[in-house]
Ligand binder design. Sequence first.
Ligand SMILES: NC(=O)c1ccc[n+]([C@@H]2O[C@H](COP(=O)([O-])OP(=O)(O)OC[C@H]3O[C@@H](n4cnc5c(N)ncnc54)[C@H](O)[C@@H]3O)[C@@H](O)[C@H]2O)c1
Ligand SMILES: [Zn+2]
Length: 358
Amino acid sequence: MSTVQVLLGERSYPIRIRPGSLADLGEALVAEFETSHAVVITSKPVAARHFAALESGLLRAGIAFEPLLIPDGERAKTLRVAAGLYDRLIEGGVTRQTLLVGLGGGATCDVAAFVASTLLRGLPLVQVPTTLLAQVDASVGGKSALNHPRGKNLIGTFYQPRLVWIDPDVLATLPPRERRAGLAEIVKVASIWDADFFKWLEENAGAVLGLERDALAHAVARACGIKAEIVGLDERDAGLRALLNFGHTLGHAVEVVNGYRHVRHGEAVALGMVFAARLSERRELAPAGTAARLVALLSRVGLATEIADLEPQRPAYLRAIAVDKKGADGAIGFVALREIGRAELVRLTADEILPGAV
Ligand SMILES: NC(=O)c1ccc[n+]([C@@H]2O[C@H](COP(=O)([O-])OP(=O)(O)OC[C@H]3O[C@@H](n4cnc5c(N)ncnc54)[C@H](O)[C@@H]3O)[C@@H](O)[C@H]2O)c1
Ligand SMILES: [Zn+2]
């Protein structure tokens, strides 16, 4: 079992990572919370694959539990779904000791966190992320989010779970495309924070993607460790945490222009990272060859690195970039690479990001 501590004073919590550990969560809950009751928030497709293992452990530990099913994936991230959960929890006699367990991808974890943070002003929450993206990104950092018809993640809270329980073995059922998308966020944290880890990925990314146990567990633990370190320094997103947006300025634009349904978030981020690294080189912030290393690593795991429709769609990309949190000076906070393993937030105008676009 490897443990990453997220250090946030009295809101500190451990992320525990061990292949095959899903069936042991029950015992851990008894040990860590002295609880005898839990409500598991999950979706049908995830429950069909992984509830049995969790259930066996809960039964063994003598924990009474109840699964609450919500719609799969992004469709669950609405106030309506949250309200439905409030109804069912209140009808079920929820108290402030009721432990909520989120079992699923980032979307399910977001909903579980939102409900845990708002119902009775806060219920204890345990996250059990089951996609690679959720394991290395969504479950670390304590942001919960729901979507609004006008935009993604517009409604949310900061709320730390009490425990994150990661069993990398559950990724065996994850389609390869989802694995690659999750790997993009791993490459991201290596790029901005840890040159040694980037080098390790250059040698081991294939093994991670192929779900080789040791490699996968190491990659998940190190990626969580980096995010935890950054979040520990800037829980409320006041500065340093912005570095985690590396690749996301153009990445978001790729999602908006192509439609969220057609491109996975990690795929868009991969494209955005290459774009950002090239821009960093052009502005002489990063040494020549930085972007090439990123391209080589991303290509090796099968992620696209060239935005096919950038030229013909330039105005649409620009519009999408321009709605990104603009400051009074009309500039956008843009994460530039200084070298592999080190990033910096710079302020650029949209025209400096996509020259000739305005
Ligand atoms: N709160 C945060 O800090 C944060 C950070 C990053 C992303 N997110 C959010 O996370 C969401 C994206 O997460 P995601 O990529 O996990 O997508 P997702 O939650 O939509 O899950 C994608 C699909 O994977 C399936 N799935 C989950 N686990 C599986 C498994 N083990 N085997 C087979 N299929 C499985 C799900 O059924 C779903 O259909 C977005 O809503 C995003 O906004 C939140
Ligand atoms: Zn992201």
